[in-house]
Every structure is written in structure tokens, then in C-alpha cells.
Design a protein around this ligand. Structure first.
Ligand code: HEC
Length: 79
């Protein structure tokens, strides 16, 4: 919420690990951006793939950490 109590709608960012070989540059992550209008702007290797390339570009800085920034190791696997 902004200082003037105005609600600001933000896009939803999703990362989903797909199978090995899905996309070697993205570390086999599918990046998805869903806009506040509920429209999928783009998804890696899918419709609008080029629109989420900027996700891959920035997350590449954390290539040594499986492209993740702060997600704790224990939260990366489905229990
Ligand atoms: C300019 C760099 C940058 C870009 C571009 C970027 N991210 Fe991130 N992303 C980060 C940083 C830094 C964090 C960790 C800090 C945070 O959560 O605010 C993060 C965290 C995340 C996380 C939580 C997992 C983690 O790594 O901690 C997801 C999921 C995510 N980003 C998805 C996306 C998606 C999807 C896109 C594109 C639509 C995207 N990001 C674009 C820098 C970026």
C-alpha cells in the first residue's frame, strides 16, 4: 500500500523447476509473470517467452545458488 493508502497492484512472479534440459540458460527454471489483470505476460519456453527473459538475466547472477536469491534450501523441495 502506498503512503496515501492507495492500493498498488503488482504482478505475480513465479519460478518453477522443470526437468533437466528444459532450458540450460535458466537453470531449467520456468519463469512466469502474471499481471494484476490475471493475464500471463510470458513464461519461459512458452507464450511470451521473450518477455520474461529479463528474469533469467538477473537471476543468472545467482547461478552458483541454483539461480535463487534467498529461498532457504529446506524450502526448495516438496515435502
Ligand atoms: C533486477 C533483478 C531481478 C529481476 C529482473 C527479476 N528478479 Fe526475481 N529476484 C531478484 C532478487 C534480488 C530476489 C530476492 C529478493 C526478493 O525476494 O525481493 C528475487 C527473488 C525472486 C523469487 C523468490 C526466490 C528467490 O530467488 O529468492 C522469485 C520466484 C523470482 N524472483 C521470480 C522472478 C521472475 C518470475 C522474474 C521475471 C518476471 C524475476 N524474478 C525478475 C532479482 C530479480
Amino acid at each position: 500500500m502506498a503512503a496515501n493508502n492507495e492500493i498498488i497492484l503488482e504482478p505475480l512472479f513465479i519460478m518453477q523447476k522443470i526437468h533437466k534440459g528444459f532450458n540450460p540458460v535458466s537453470g531449467d527454471w520456468k519463469y512466469v509473470q502474471i499481471n494484476p489483470t490475471a493475464q500471463v505476460l510470458g513464461e519461459t519456453n512458452g507464450t511470451g517467452s521473450e518477455k520474461v527473459e529479463y528474469c533469467i538475466g538477473c537471476h543468472l547472477a545467482r547461478e552458483q545458488n541454483d539461480h535463487l536469491f534467498y529461498l532457504p534450501e529446506k524450502n526448495r523441495v516438496i515435502q
